[in-house]
Design a protein around this ligand. Structure first.
Ligand SMILES: Nc1nc2c(c(=O)[nH]1)N[C@H]1C(S)=C(S)[C@@H](COP(=O)(O)O)O[C@H]1N2
Ligand SMILES: [Mo]
Length: 349
């Protein structure tokens, strides 16, 4: 089947206020998701525009206040990175879990342009007592658990690909996606990529904010917080774009297509099974993953099916860190990190 954009595509509304919309990810052929089809995930209503620039404060030798113009005039870096909400595919957990009920569309991809956070931190001069860096958004000011804020360990903060971004796919950020500045943390679930960034604060103790300490943890048990672990790096994952779950096909040749991505290493291979995992076949990868280590990889596999009947098509990605998608995702109370094998049930006539 040939995907084409002659048909208009739309985001799907999941909640109106705050605005949460999913991307029609299976239909988008562009490698970089066009802005009008990007998923949107918000914890609060959109904030008023921040005209005050960016502060770098806390345990630093030289606190900085930078205007957006100053930031844009610095040496820029661009990174293509997938952004996936930790709650993507939450609806597939059994038993079901509470949270924004995302199906497969809380994921998009862009080329991000900005300045490496590292450059700003080195310019400010991190003191030896520093432990973490907190990123403050401007949304949710004065509201419960607001404003939205997250922290990163020093190592990831100083990674040359962690960006203070001002552009997405070559255009200045839109208000919905964090204008004028947002953090981009390639390889991590998207809650780390704080939008409407106004203040960067270097601190000496682990950050205690709600979205850091309570939310965005894997809670393995329904009624106790025992064993909670923070959500950080993207799990290895894949999606079957075509054929769609529960579709009806004719016997013959079908091109099974999909996406695969990971936050650790790059995608090493993708395998497809049409007999519930008895046999696995290697799919063809459309790009060489190491050129864009944080981007999703498009894959395809040609299926010749002569026997009518019901089939399950499964896709399983493996990354160079040695991780493989499990048959069942690890259940957790808040429904994060769903990464069981991609699955499409089809009937062949
Ligand atoms: N300031 C702020 N940053 C935020 C959020 C938010 O609500 N406020 N949501 C986070 C989450 S959970 C996700 S999945 C991504 C969504 O980014 P997008 O709306 O640009 O797709 O932004 C992250 N950064
Ligand atoms: Mo998210």
């Amino acid at each position: 089947m040939k995907l084409s954009r002659q048909q208009p595509l739309f985001r799907e509304t999941i909640t109106i206020q705050p605005e949460n919309q999913s991307s029609p990810v299976r239909w988008i052929t562009d490698w970089k998701t066009p802005d009008d089809l990007w998923y949107r995930r918000n914890h609060y209503p959109y904030p008023a525009p921040n005209l005050d620039g960016l502060q770098v404060v806390g345990v630093v030798q030289r606190p900085l206040t930078l205007s957006c113009e100053e930031i844009r005039s610095r040496p820029a870096k661009s990174v293509v990175a997938v952004m996936e909400c930790a709650g993507n595919r939450r609806t597939l957990f059994r038993p079901r879990v509470y949270g924004v009920p995302w199906n497969e569309g809380a994921i998009s991809q862009a080329e991000w342009t900005g300045v490496p956070l590292r450059d700003l931190l080195l310019e400010a001069g991190i003191c030896s007592t520093a432990r973490e860096v907190v990123f403050w958004g401007t949304d949710g000011e004065g509201e419960e658990n607001g404003p939205f804020a997250r922290s990163l360990p020093l190592g990831k903060s100083l990674h040359p690909d962690t960006l203070v971004a001002y552009a997405q796919n070559g255009q200045l950020l839109s208000p919905e996606h964090g204008a004028p500045l947002r953090l981009i943390v390639p390889g991590w679930y998207a809650m780390a990529s704080v939008k409407w960034l106004s203040r960067i604060e270097v601190i000496t103790e682990p950050f205690q904010g709600y979205y850091q300490k309570e939310d965005y943890h894997y809670y393995p048990f329904p009624d106790s917080d025992e064993g909670k672990r923070p959500v950080t790096v993207l799990r290895v994952n894949s999606l079957i774009r075509h054929p769609h779950d529960f579709s009806v096909l004719k016997t013959g040749h079908h091109r099974v297509e999909g996406l695969a991505w990971t936050g650790k290493g790059v995608i090493r291979r993708v395998e497809v099974s049409v007999d519930r995992g008895a046999h696995w076949y290697s799919a063809q990868l459309q790009q060489r993953p190491w050129h864009h280590p944080y981007a999703w990889v498009q894959w395809s596999w040609n299926w010749k099916t002569l026997q009518p009947g019901k089939y399950e098509i499964w896709s399983r990605a493996v990354d160079t860190a040695g991780r493989m998608q499990p048959l069942r995702a690890k259940w957790n109370r808040k429904g994060y990190g769903y990464n069981a094998v991609g699955r499409s049930r089809v009937q062949v006539e």
